[in-house]
Design a protein around this ligand. Structure first.
Ligand SMILES: Cc1cc2nc3c(=O)[nH]c(=O)nc-3n(C[C@H](O)[C@H](O)[C@H](O)COP(=O)(O)OP(=O)(O)OC[C@H]3O[C@@H](n4cnc5c(N)ncnc54)[C@H](O)[C@@H]3O)c2cc1C
Length: 447
C-alpha cells in the first residue's frame, strides 16, 4: 500500500504537520505508538507564546484545550530577591486536547490516524527512504513518497539511516537538559496566576532552571518542574525538585495530578531537516529553544516549513533532498538562525556563577523588554549592548564585560551564517565547516 506522506509521531510536531498538509490538500497517514486518548501526552511545562499561533495561522487553543492565560514571565535571581518581568502573551495548553483537535481537523480533510502502532524503522532503497516497517500484532511494510520522523527524542526513523546522511546527526548530552515536572493542585491561592515564574540558581538547577507555571483558568493548578544539564553525573532533576522546591511551605498539602520527565535537546538545530524521501521535525530535529527549552512553537514552525517543501516536491513528482531542501532554508531563516545564536548564549549562561546571575538581575543589566527582544530575535540590539556594556564597566566587572563583548559579536556572526544557509545540498559541507570553525573560535575566546 502506498501513501504520499507517512508521519511517524502524533505529538505537537506530527499533528501540526498533518494539519498543515491537509490544509494544502495532501492526505497523510499519521502513526503513533499511543492510542487516540493519549496522543500529545508528554511531560511539558505546557507554555506556548501566542505569537507562534499568529505567525503560523494556527487556531488558538480554546475550551478544554486552554488551561491558562499568560501575560508574562518573571525571571528570579538566585536569592529570589530580584526579578525581571518579560512581558508577552501566551497560553497554558492541554496538549492532548489540542493535538486531538489538530488531528480531527486533518482527518476531516482526508488524513488517516493509526494509533497503537510501533514504527520499527525505515525502508531504504537506492539511497531513498521509501517507507517504514511497523508493528501492531505483526510486522507490516508501508510505502510512502516521503516519510517524516516526528517521533521526538526516540528519533525512530532517522537513527537507523546511513550515518553519512546529515539528517542523522546525534545528540550530545552536553547539549541537552533532562527535565522533570509535576502538575499539582495547591491548597492555597496562587498569586499572579497569569505570570509564569522561572528561577535561575546553579545549586538548585545546574545548567538549567526551575519553574512554577500556574494554570490561571484552573484554580490552584500549577506546573512545577526543574531541568539540569543532561551530562552532569549524579544530579537528578526529580531529586533536586523535591529537595529544594517541593519542600517549601506553599506545596504543603498539595496533590500530585501528573508526574514525569524527559530529555530536552537544548542546542542548535539539526544540520539538515531533509534528505532523499525523508524529513524530520520537532524534538527529533532538535528545534527546541536552547535558552528557555520551549519546543512546541518551533515544532509547529518546523512542521510548517516541511509541509511547504513536501507540497512542492510532490507537485514536481520527485522527493529528493534537492526538492525538499526549501524546508531547510525556510526553517533556518525563520527560527534556526535564532537557535544557533541562542546556543552561544546558553553556553555563556551555563558558565555564570550564582554571584554573576545575581549581579545581572539585581543591577538591571537587562530589562524585561530587552530580554524579550533578545529571546525573540536571537540578538542584542545596539542600544541594549551599549547599555549593558556601560553598566558592566561602571560596575567594574571587567571579565564579564569581555565575555559579553565576545558573546554579542559571535551571536551576530552565527545568526548571519544561518541566514546564509546554502540553497542546495551540494554546498552544505562547506557551510557546516565554516559554522563549526566559528563555534570553535567562540569557545576558545571564552575559555
Ligand atoms: C519537563 C519538560 C517541560 C517542557 N516545557 C515546555 C514548555 O513549557 N513549552 C514548550 O514549548 N516546550 C516545553 N518542553 C519541550 C516540548 O515538550 C517539546 O519540545 C515538544 O513537546 C516536542 O514535540 P514533538 O512532537 O517533537 O515530540 P513528542 O511530543 O515527544 O511526540 C513524539 C510522538 O512520537 C511517538 N513515537 C515515538 N516513537 C515512536 C515509534 N517508534 N512509533 C510510533 N510512534 C512513536 C510518541 O508516542 C509521541 O506521541 C518541555 C519539555 C519537557 C521534558
Amino acid at each position: 500500500m502506498g501513501y504520499d506522506v507517512v508521519v511517524v509521531g502524533a505529538g505537537f510536531a506530527g499533528s501540526s504537520l498533518a494539519y498543515f498538509l491537509s490544509m494544502a490538500g495532501v492526505k497523510a497517514l499519521v502513526i503513533d505508538v499511543r492510542g487516540w486518548d493519549d496522543v500529545g501526552d508528554r511531560p511539558c511545562g505546557d507554555a506556548i507564546g501566542k505569537h507562534h499561533f499568529d505567525e503560523l495561522g494556527m487556531p488558538y487553543p480554546k475550551g478544554e484545550e486552554l488551561e491558562g492565560l499568560v501575560r508574562g514571565i518573571a525571571v528570579y535571581s538566585p536569592s529570589e530577591e530580584f526579578r525581571v518581568i518579560v512581558g508577552g502573551e501566551g497560553f497554558e495548553v492541554n496538549s492532548v486536547k489540542y493535538v486531538q483537535r489538530l488531528l480531527s481537523e486533518a482527518i476531516s480533510r482526508g488524513c488517516e490516524f493509526l494509533g497503537g502502532t510501533h514504527v520499527r524503522g525505515p525502508i531504504v532503497k537506492d539511497g531513498y527512504v521509501v517507507g517504514v516497517r511497523v508493528w501492531s500484532g505483526g510486522v507490516k511494510e508501508l510505502n510512502a513518497k516521503v516519510v517524516v520522523d516526528a517521533s521526538g527524542n526516540a528519533r525512530s526513523v532517522v537513527r537507523f539511516l546511513p550515518k553519512s546522511w546529515p539528517i542523522t546527526e546525534e545528540l550530545d548530552f552536553v547539549d541537552a537538559n533532562v527535565a522533570y515536572r509535576e502538575v499539582r493542585v495547591l491548597e492555597g491561592e496562587v498569586e499572579e496566576p497569569e505570570i509564569l515564574r522561572i528561577y535561575v540558581n546553579n545549586d538548585v538547577a545546574p545548567g538549567g532552571y526551575w519553574w512554577f507555571f500556574p494554570y490561571s483558568l484552573m484554580r490552584g493548578y500549577v506546573n512545577v518542574g526543574l531541568g539540569v544539564r543532561a551530562d552532569l553525573k549524579g544530579v537528578h532533576p526529580r531529586e533536586q525538585l523535591y529537595k529544594y522546591v517541593l519542600s517549601r511551605p506553599e506545596f504543603r498539602g498539595s496533590k500530585v495530578v501528573k508526574a514525569g520527565g524527559a530529555l530536552v535537546p537544548t542546542r542548535k538545530p539539526l544540520t539538515s531537516l531533509v534528505w532523499n524521501g525523508i524529513a524530520v521535525i520537532g524534538d527529533a530535529a532538535y528545534v527546541v529553544n536552547p535558552v528557555h527549552g520551549g519546543g512546541k512553537g518551533s515544532s509547529m514552525i518546523s512542521a510548517k516549513c516541511v509541509s511547504e517543501a513536501i507540497v512542492n516536491a510532490l507537485s514536481i513528482g520527485d522527493t529528493s533532498a534537492t526538492n525538499l531542501w526549501g524546508a531547510n532554508v525556510c526553517y533556518m531563516r525563520r527560527y534556526g538562525c535564532k537557535q544557533g545564536a541562542l546556543d552561544l548564549l546558553r553556553y555563556f549562561l551555563q558558565k555564570l556563577s550564582n554571584d554573576d546571575l545575581e549581579f545581572v538581575i539585581s543591577k538591571g543589566l537587562v530589562s524585561g523588554d530587552e530580554l524579550n527582544e533578545i529571546a525573540r530575535r536571537g540578538r542584542f540590539e545596539v542600544g541594549v549592548i551599549d547599555k549593558i556594556l556601560k553598566l558592566a564597566s561602571l560596575l567594574t566587572r571587567p571579565s564579564l564585560l569581555l565575555k559579553l563583548r565576545t558573546l554579542v559579536k559571535y551571536m551576530d556572526l552565527i545568526k548571519e551564517h544561518y541566514m546564509n544557509y546554502p540553497s542546495r545540498p551540494e554546498d552544505l559541507s562547506v557551510w557546516v565547516n565554516e559554522l563549526n570553525n566559528m563555534i570553535k573560535s567562540y569557545h576558545n575566546m571564552l575559555k
